[in-house]
Ligand binder design. Structure first.
Ligand code: AMP
Length: 207
């Protein structure tokens, strides 16, 4: 299979080619078409399988298609939540690479640093926000972020998220997200508590 067979738009195909990727990994080949069809997806995948691009590429494409007719300040459309600062930065770097030929705006927020620069980035408006749970809830409480316009919610490394004690933060986020949305859920393992959490988040998901 090639990336050309995945119904991807030229600006993304060009960015993928710049990265030197010749063919999609198995999870990319399976997941990208489903996400583009706006299905909820449950992805069981380890780091190293190309999982980040599997959700980042179609997310950028969907946002690009929704937003290209809207020349105003970017509106938050996609929220990606991941447990650690390192993962958040890595995901944001992937989004930067794949969106470089589009007008999609993105930002990353995480704890352990002063919030000023992150708040500044948000003030200009973003379409895609990558976040760790604590800083996200903190900036929501302070009124810098609203989730009301989110159309895509992506939970990455769900099992690690629960291992790190983020379950209550995730429950708080679920209350703030619109019920009408597309959700993607990725986890390396699927113990019972993760299956239960995925059921709260996804609607008729494809595994
Ligand atoms: P991830 O599982 O998202 O952490 O990705 C693991 C590594 O695979 C990263 O270094 C990616 O840049 C790389 N990668 C992702 N997709 C592809 C692809 N289709 N072909 C070659 N390398 C890839």
């Amino acid at each position: 299979m090639t990336f050309n067979e995945l119904s991807l738009i030229q600006p993304i195909l060009k960015a993928v080619a710049d990265r030197g990727y010749t063919e999609p990994t198995p999870i990319q080949g399976k997941t990208i078409p489903l996400i583009l069809k706006r299905k909820d997806v449950l992805g069981v995948a380890q780091t190293g399988t190309g999982k980040t691009a599997a959700f980042a590429i179609p997310t950028i494409q969907l946002i690009h298609q929704i937003e290209k007719k809207n020349p105003g300040k970017p509106i938050l459309r996609s929220l990606i939540v991941t447990p650690t600062r390192e993962l958040a930065i890595q995901i944001d770097e992937n989004i930067k690479a794949y969106s470089k030929y589009t007008n999609v705006k993105h930002a990353v927020i995480f704890g352990g640093v002063k919030q000023h620069r992150q708040v500044e980035a948000l003030r200009h408006g973003v379409h895609i926000l990558v976040a760790t749970p604590g800083r996200l809830l903190d900036l929501i409480d302070q009124g810098y972020i609203s989730l009301k316009t989110v159309k895509m919610f992506i939970l990455d490394e769900a099992d690690r998220m629960l291992d790190m004690g983020f379950i209550n933060d995730i429950k708080k986020l679920l209350k703030l997200l619109p019920a009408q949305r597309q959700s993607l859920f990725f986890s390396a393992t699927m113990p019972d508590n993760i299956v239960q959490l995925s059921r709260k988040i996804l609607k008729d998901p494809i595994k």
